[in-house]
Ligand binder design. Structure first.
Ligand SMILES: Cc1cc2nc3c(=O)[nH]c(=O)nc-3n(C[C@H](O)[C@H](O)[C@H](O)COP(=O)(O)OP(=O)(O)OC[C@H]3O[C@@H](n4cnc5c(N)ncnc54)[C@H](O)[C@@H]3O)c2cc1C
Length: 371
């Protein structure tokens, strides 16, 4: 009997597990994740502004493994040897016939130990709980967000709503190294987001970097210092350490280049945030829709490989993207149509609820959004 392993129980890994179990293939299936839960990342910032309980966003991987007939191992993968077909964790070694790597991405501190130790990150439910606890227990004069990308903007808007609801004031500052926030998106969106941030009294510092954090003092390039401040770091991501260690072609974030069948080698597929895929002369951004579709495609290709049939090419379908903002003035482009205001906010939550892994969790999110 063939042994199929999946590393990562996020969007890509779980959709691959579900696809494999539905195929009725007789195989020994194992899913490995360093956490016990699959965390619903797109609504993490809403734990702050909309008061969604982080609990609503954590789904036990063991439960889905039971349903799909997978064995679940809760351990961190330390290394993968694609030639020997071997996975190493701190405690054990596992061999596989087919492997799907779906280990996502994590916050990148770019080697800055001071920022790693002193700033807060938002990679999972535990991080969201950590930030909420800190903000409830402490008052700050300035809330500094490192990075003006999607997550930074979303966190800034949620922070303002959180402070308003708890009748607190405070300066919110987004510090972005590049000459503009949000990177390569259309100018109208940048304008819309910037004016919404101004409306929410969020300051944007472009061409600026957080240099160091000392106690509650945050030093910014150019000599600026924020006193009595907390930093939430959302300035970039990288792939897991074991992927960084693979001697294969990667982009600067450590995402692995795969072929059109999502393969790194004949028996190893890489999907989701961990993979770097070219589409129409561009590289696909990190997004839930691509991770889920790639999970399905990789699982299908494992099945066809075992059956000795031709593999299926991965053909990305891009439904668009939304920049959700907590005062319901979101914007985005869905199926090629530009949207702003409440409608894209509604689309964002409809997709989040639809993609959630259980009815109980869906209900939990809806209940919070309606109260
Ligand atoms: C705050 C935030 C907001 C976001 N908002 C949106 C949004 O609005 N829309 C959107 O489309 N996308 C959004 N994203 C991006 C989206 O969540 C990711 O693109 C998506 O989760 C990637 O799916 P994945 O399956 O590749 O990885 P993930 O869903 O991240 O899952 C990876 C899994 O691998 C596990 N893992 C990692 N390393 C190891 C290891 N060494 N050993 C074992 N297990 C490991 C992790 O514990 C995790 O469970 C957001 C991300 C964040 C952080």
């Amino acid at each position: 009997m063939k042994k199929i392993c999946i590393i990562g129980g996020g969007f890509g890994g779980l959709s691959a597990a579900i696809r494999l179990s539905r195929s009725g293939l007789a195989a020994e299936c194992v899913l490995i994740d360093k956490k016990a839960t699959s965390d619903f990342l797109p609504t993490l910032p809403d734990c702050l502004g909309r008061g969604i309980s982080p609990d609503c966003l954590a789904y036990k991987i063991e439960d889905i493994c039971k349903k799909t007939g997978f064995k679940f191992i809760e351990e961190e993968v330390a290394a993968v040897d694609t030639e020997k077909r071997e996975i190493s964790t701190g405690n054990s070694r596992l061999n596989y016939d087919y492997l799907i790597i779906a280990s996502g991405s994590e916050t990148n501190f770019y080697g800055n130990e001071n920022i790693r130790k002193c700033a807060y990150k938002l990679d999972d439910v535990a991080d969201a709980e950590n930030i909420i606890k800190k903000l409830k227990e402490n008052d700050y004069r300035t809330y500094v967000i490192g990075g003006g990308g999607y997550t930074g903007v979303e966190v800034a808007t949620n922070l303002r709503i959180f402070l308003n609801k708890s009748k607190r004031s405070g300066r919110i500052a987004v510090v972005e190294r590049a000459p503009s926030i949000l990177g390569p998106i259309p100018e109208w969106m940048k304008g819309y987001v910037s004016s919404n941030l101004r409306r929410l009294n969020v300051d944007i510092f472009i061409n600026s970097q957080i240099e160091r954090i000392e106690e509650r003092k945050v030093h910014i390039s150019g000599g600026k210092v924020f006193d009595d401040a907390i930093v939430i770091w959302a300035a970039g991501v990288k792939t897991a350490g074991f992927i960084q260690d693979l001697n294969v072609k990667k982009n600067p974030q450590g995402r692995v280049e795969v072929d059109e069948y999502l393969r790194l080698s004949e028996s190893c597929f890489v999907i989701g945030d961990a993979a770097y895929i070219k589409h129409k002369e561009m590289f696909l951004r990190m997004a839930v829709q691509f991770s889920i579709a790639q999970g399905n495609c990789a699982a299908q290709n494992v099945i066809t490989s075992i059956k000795g049939k031709p593999l299926r090419k991965y053909r990305p379908v891009d439904l668009g993207y939304i920049i959700p903002m907590a005062n319901n003035r979101s914007c985005g482009s869905v199926l090629g149509v530009n949207l702003k205001g409440l409608l894209p906010t509604a689309f964002h939550f409809i997709m989040c609820i639809y993609r959630s892994w259980s009815w109980k969790k869906r209900f939990c999110i809806v209940k919070r959004l309606l109260t």
